[in-house]
Structures are given as C-alpha cells and as structure tokens.
Design a protein around this ligand. Sequence first.
Ligand SMILES: [Ca+2]
Ligand SMILES: [Ca+2]
Length: 350
Amino acid sequence: MVLRRLLMCCAAFAAASSMIGTFAIAQKDVARSELGSCAAYSGMSSDDNATAGMAFIRGGTFVMGSERHRPEERFTHAVRVDGFWIDRHEVTNAQFREFVTATGYVTLAERGLDPATHPGMPRELLVPGSVVFIQPTNVAGGGRITQWWQYVPGANWREPTGPGSSIEGKDNHPVVHIAYEDALAYAHWRGRELPTEAQWEFAVRGGRDGEGDWSSAFDGEGKPIANTWQGVFPVYNTNEDGYVGTAPVGCFKPNGYGLYDMIGNVWEWTSDWYRPGHPREAAVNPSGPELQDLALTGGQSPSRVIKGGSFLCASNYCARYRPAARQPQEVDLGAAHLGFRTVLNRSERP
Ligand SMILES: [Ca+2]
Ligand SMILES: [Ca+2]
C-alpha cells in the first residue's frame, strides 16, 4: 500500500507536469536574544522544565480550513481551542537522540514492519528502512522523473539516506524518518502529546486571521521566508533559500507566536486521523474523526494528517505551504521530509 500510494502520487504529478485575527496578540514572552540566530541555535533547551523550548498559545476562536484552495481543506468552520504550549521548533536530531539514549527506543524504520499486521505487503517493504528522496537525473532519458521516492533499506533517523550516511553535524536539524508511533513515544517521554490538527492550524497562523497565503513560503516580493523548494520540482532547485535539504531549526523568521518552521523545512505529524474535508459545524477542541469513520479499503493503512509542507514543496508540486493545507500520511511510514513537534495541553501558564 505504501508503494502503491507513492506511485499514485508520482503518477498524478507526471500528468500535471506534462503540461508544464480574532486571535490573541502575538506572544510577548519570546526573547529573540534567547533564541539566537540559526547558526548559533543548538536546537536544545538550556533548562529541562516542563515547558522548556515551548511557547504558550492563548486559546481563541478561528476559521479552520479554506474554501479557496484544495477540496480537502473545505469546509471552513469556526473552531475554538483552549490554550496550550507548543514547541517553538521541530524536534531535532539532538533531542531525539536524548530520548533514544535514555530509553533505548528503536524506531519503526529500524525495526521494520511486522508481517503479521501487514499481510500482503511486498517483502522488500518489510525490511527495515524508509522512504528517501532521490532527485531524478536522467529526465531526458525519460521514465524516471516520477520516481523520486525510493524505499531504501537501512535508511532511518541516524542514517537518513541509507547505510553509511549520518547526521553528524546535524544536531540542530529536524529529526526525520519518524513514524507516528515514534513521534508519540517521544512526546509521551517528555510528558507531552502531539498537536491536534486544530491546535497546529491555530498555532501556524501566529495570530493572523483569514484564508490568504500570508503564512506561505514567500513574502510579498516573492522572497523565500521558509525552507521550501524554489525552481521546478523535482529536477531543478535554485536553492534561493539556502537549503537544498533540511535546514537547522530556527533559521527562518518565526511567526507571530514565536514558532519556527511551522511552514516548510519538514512536514509535521498531527494526531488527527485523515479524512478528506472538514465538517461544516463549529467545534470546540476538535480532534478529528474516529478511526472507524475513515473510508478505508482492504489492506489500506490508516493515515493521520500532516501539516506545513517541506523542503520538497515547490510552486509546481505540493505547494501545501499554507495553514489550511493538509495531507494524509500512513501512520507506519516515515520519510525524509517528515518530522514533528510536541504540545503540552495545559491551558494556563504554570
Ligand atoms: Ca530549500
Ligand atoms: Ca515544519
């Protein structure tokens, strides 16, 4: 199913390419000097209190979803969320290593899928590994432009492009190749949770309302303000933003809540099961549909919602670098462009 979905994604792209607010005010507790520049920012918190590295988001009501973009973002509806704390940046390699060192945790990409719970999965997809982006190079030769995702045995968070690769020197980059259960295990270890889609979408807006592209990857003059892909995906990256792959967390300007890289760098897990579209009804602290309400076909893995887009999102592909944009991701599949951040569901400051 994993492979099938990847191929479906690529086929859709090939067809396309052939045609080549009402919010609380910005948080005042973000000390820019504390966060520092991207070059100096270690990605690690200097203290270990319960909310280290987090920003408090006052609750509020906002319009979730969008009527102006993709069908799965409809319907817009009023949502109220209680206050919560959220990581200022994506969880880094250094932070995840701390977790692994303390607990001995082994990620799903390192373990491999259990054949008993994945009957019918091709044998080559059961060996430990993960999905790696490999830029096509023989476009003129034809045929392989759609095959930028490859399942690489031995790829995991420590060796992100496969055996022999490493994350040395990338302590402050977002950890990748993290399946949903891995992200949840980390969050629980820290006494936290993963954000609901509503929490994430409220937080990404940074205190601004509306459906516009104001929080997208580019400013009003077209300059990159997040780590995405400039140029023509998947063959030509102008690298205008300075990062072909992941960037260290905190390199780009934070949003109004002091949150970094909500848009771009890596996609981020949310805890909502994925179903195309939103209900019309207003909601308070929604947490998405129930698993049994998903229209799954035989053998299909359920998906959760991921948000924000990644360094692979370009204007001709993906382009989901908007607050309301959303995408399904199988819970048992990490990837080179997918990470996460955590929340602490405490509606008042301690
Ligand atoms: Ca980039
Ligand atoms: Ca992100």
